[in-house]
Design a protein around this ligand. Structure first.
Ligand SMILES: O=C(O)CCC(=O)C(=O)O
Ligand SMILES: [Fe+2]
Length: 409
């Protein structure tokens, strides 16, 4: 071992995660995250995915979690198996930063032995600021680049900090590992699955529709106080900066007694429609998270949407829009928060790849179809994998041959 490895055990891995996986995890975060534990931070934990009926979205994490755990065991020379204590997607927007600290610096964090921070997007391209620094030893600074990973011991040999984000949204997949099996995240997740899926069946066609968590978990406020007037609902803000608005039917709006932020957020649990420039897309979404997942799927898959052959079903664009008479007159677009604040938080510079994407109603229809197929396939795979996970009390990749075998039995 060299000087740094001995005194400051740490490892940098370049291109450890494929760019395709980075994009898929970005899709999951932008369509499922809740407000995080500190100002200007958003997080998507695996238990949050299960609690919002999106547990199938943990499948894209399974192999990378396993690879990272094996790498940590090998590099840090662990004699015994490690357990994943926490897995989450964490994004930081303008103003977020963290000063010098070690990751086990609280009494309730002592079980954390090793950390793995995986960068899912890149400094300069997706955000400004946000450089990572170690207080001592080499490397002193890490410039986050999509696909790279930094691993380090969670103790005081690796005191580190992250510079304030100046613009954009910096996204990581962050894991902590523990030697203590009582902190095993897998057992907790498997038990959550058992509670939440006990009544569902994998052949139910709508079993993958998301259910929002309590609305205060999606309410962003400048001061991070849920009741504060200046703020926004993050699912509304994320579709809003991409040029969409949410429309609700008149009777639902009348049910809302006052326009206070909390009451408005209740609307997001209700059926809604997506609109752009006075045109309303003729599809009812069950709630805001459902619409948000489809919109984010569009952003993720934009270059492949033409290949989803919906042209035969869709004879004209007007068929995809609501007619200006009848029902659409009873739909109203309502802003669910402070437009300026939403722009300040989620907009990167003047342009980025998402605000630049071209828009087409037929592609949005393809995104609805593509998202349903993607969700349905993951849901089927989840049900097949769960029986293995329950037996072993561990979450691991189950091969398609094993899954095929199960269905044949
Ligand atoms: O995101 C990073 O680069 C590190 C974040 C960090 O230090 C932490 O969450 O404890
Ligand atoms: Fe840290």
């Amino acid at each position: 071992m060299g000087e740094t490895e001995e005194h400051h055990p740490r490892l940098i891995l370049h291109d450890f995660i494929s760019l395709d996986l980075c994009k898929e995890l970005e899709f999951i975060h932008k369509s499922c995250s809740a407000v995080g534990y500190r100002p200007n931070v958003f997080s998507t934990t695996l238990s949050h995915l299960i609690a919002t009926n999106s547990g199938h979205l943990i499948l894209p994490f399974v192999s990378i979690r396993e690879r990272l755990k094996e790498k940590a065991e090998e590099f840090f020379g662990c004699e015994y198996e490690l357990f994943v204590e926490f897995t989450g997607l964490i994004s930081w927007t303008k103003g977020a930063s963290i000063g010098w600290h070690s990751d086990d610096n609280r009494s309730y964090l002592k079980q954390r032995d090793f950390a793995a921070v995986c960068y899912l997007n890149s400094h300069g391209k997706d955000f400004k600021g946000g450089l990572f620094h170690f207080q001592d030893g080499e490397p002193a600074t890490i410039v986050p680049m999509a696909g790279d990973v930094v691993m380090y011991t969670a103790d005081s040999r690796n005191i580190h900090s992250v510079d304030e984000i100046a613009d954009g949204e910096r996204l990581t997949l962050t894991l902590w590992f523990s030697r203590d099996s009582s902190y095993d995240e897998d057992a907790k997740l498997i038990s959550l699955f058992s509670q939440s899926l006990s009544n569902s069946q994998d052949d139910d066609p709508v079993s993958y529709l998301p259910f929002p968590a309590p609305s205060n978990m999606y309410w962003f406020s400048a001061e991070q106080a849920p009741s504060h007037q200046s703020g926004f609902d993050i699912s509304w803000a994320r579709v809003h900066i991409l040029g969409y608005s949410f429309c609700f039917s008149d009777d639902k709006i009348c049910d809302i007694k006052s326009e206070s932020s909390c009451d408005l957020s209740e609307l997001l649990m209700k059926p809604l429609w997506l609109a752009r420039d006075n045109e309303i897309f003729n599809k009812e979404f069950v709630n805001s998270l459902h619409a948000l997942q489809v919109v984010q799927f569009y952003c993720w898959k934009v270059s492949e949407l033409h290949a989803i052959n919906v042209r035969a079903e869709v004879r004209s664009v007007t068929q995809l829009l609501m007619s200006h008479t009848g029902r659409s007159c009873r739909l109203k677009s309502i802003p669910l928060g402070d437009h300026e604040l939403a722009k300040k938080v989620f907009h990167f510079g003047s342009t980025n790849e998402y605000t630049e994407i071209s828009f087409d109603w037929t592609d949005l229809y393809s995104a609805v179809v593509g998202w349903e197929t993607y969700s349905h396939q993951l849901r089927k795979k989840l049900f097949a994998s769960l029986s293995y996970w329950k037996t072993h009390q561990s979450i691991f990749p189950v091969s398609s041959q094993e899954i095929e075998g199960t269905t044949l039995l």
